[in-house]
Design a binder for this molecule. Structure first.
Ligand SMILES: C[S@@+](CC[C@H](N)C(=O)[O-])C[C@H]1O[C@@H](n2cnc3c(N)ncnc32)[C@H](O)[C@@H]1O
Length: 274
């Protein structure tokens, strides 16, 4: 696993399909529903989904709102965008997918009416710079809607998974599993948004219950959908057995007859450009 992968959670080769199959139904889709419910786009609006991944937010808003809106998804990962294109074509949705870096978006000033960014901020090396870019590409009176996972302390099953990966696979595996959960409290996020120039900022905490068929599937599906796949595959069978056994035991408190179920907490922010 490369250092850069650990920091930015870049998804390689076949992972986008696994991401869409396992993680999108489990939590990215429910979050896309609640994030897009925060706004009611006016007819003929231009909408941008930054760090769109396989495009769940772009698809969700396009399926819900049928009043001439135009939706563009931006991501720097070509494989994620290829998956996004396949999925939108399959659903018969006319969406635009563009490759580019959120720090220097390939769009003119004042271009979009609404801008979404779901679970992207924590992966940007310079999140404040990205917020300033978001402000630049939004039209005056445009609206920003973000969500960002809370600290891993509010996402206890992932804390257990990260600790076990660190113990049995190595430090970088633990760091990778913690990367989606920044140590930013909702106030700190609000301040970053305000410092980028936004006004009328509101915070919303979102808590959902997430299910996997078993602790082993929790590990397998998370690994398959991330750059951890190779590391887990190359483990000695005995190490993998110990990891699964230890995880099973540590997640005992979150198990019921259907598998494993636990809370996940995310912060949503809504803000306007004046
Ligand atoms: C956890 S995924 C979220 C994807 C999507 N928003 C969703 O809800 O499923 C994070 C995404 O951020 C993208 N990303 C990371 N750094 C980026 C950057 N500098 N510019 C654009 N996209 C970036 C990754 O490629 C990945 O698709």
């Amino acid at each position: 696993m490369k250092d850069a992968d650990v920091k930015t959670w870049q998804i390689s080769d076949n992972s986008p399909a696994a991401y869409e199959k396992y993680l999108v139904p489990g939590f990215f889709k429910p979050w896309a529903e609640t994030l897009t419910a925060l706004v009611s786009p006016a007819p003929d609006s231009d909408i941008l989904d930054v760090a769109c991944g396989t495009g769940i937010v772009a698809r969700t808003i396009s399926s819900k709102v049928n009043n001439g809106i135009r939706v563009t998804g931006l991501d720097n990962n070509r494989e994620m965008l290829e998956q996004a294109l396949q999925l939108s074509e399959k659903s018969g949705l006319e969406l635009t997918w563009q490759q580019g870096d959120a720090h220097q978006m390939p769009f003119e000033d004042d271009r979009f009416d609404y801008l979404f960014c779901q679970q992207g901020m924590q992966f940007f090396p310079e999140p404040q710079q990205v917020l300033e870019e978001m402000y630049r590409v939004l039209k005056p009176e445009g609206t920003l809607a973000l969500n960002i996972m809370r600290s891993i302390n509010y996402n206890p099953a992932f804390k257990i998974l990260a600790d076990k990966l660190e113990e049995h696979v190595g430090d970088s595996a633990g760091t990778m599993m913690r990367a989606p959960f920044p140590e930013w409290d909702p106030k700190a996020i609000r301040n970053m948004v305000e410092n980028a120039g936004f006004e009328d900022i509101s915070r919303h905490l979102e808590i959902i219950a997430v299910r996997f068929p078993s602790p082993e599937e929790f590990l397998r599906q998370e690994a398959a959908s991330s750059p951890l796949a190779g590391d887990i595959e190359s483990l000695e069978p005995e190490t993998l057995r110990k990891l699964v056994g230890d995880l099973n035991q540590s997640l005992e408190q979150y198990q019921d007859d259907q598998g494993v179920v636990f809370p996940m907490e995310t912060v949503m922010i809504l803000a306007d450009k004046q």
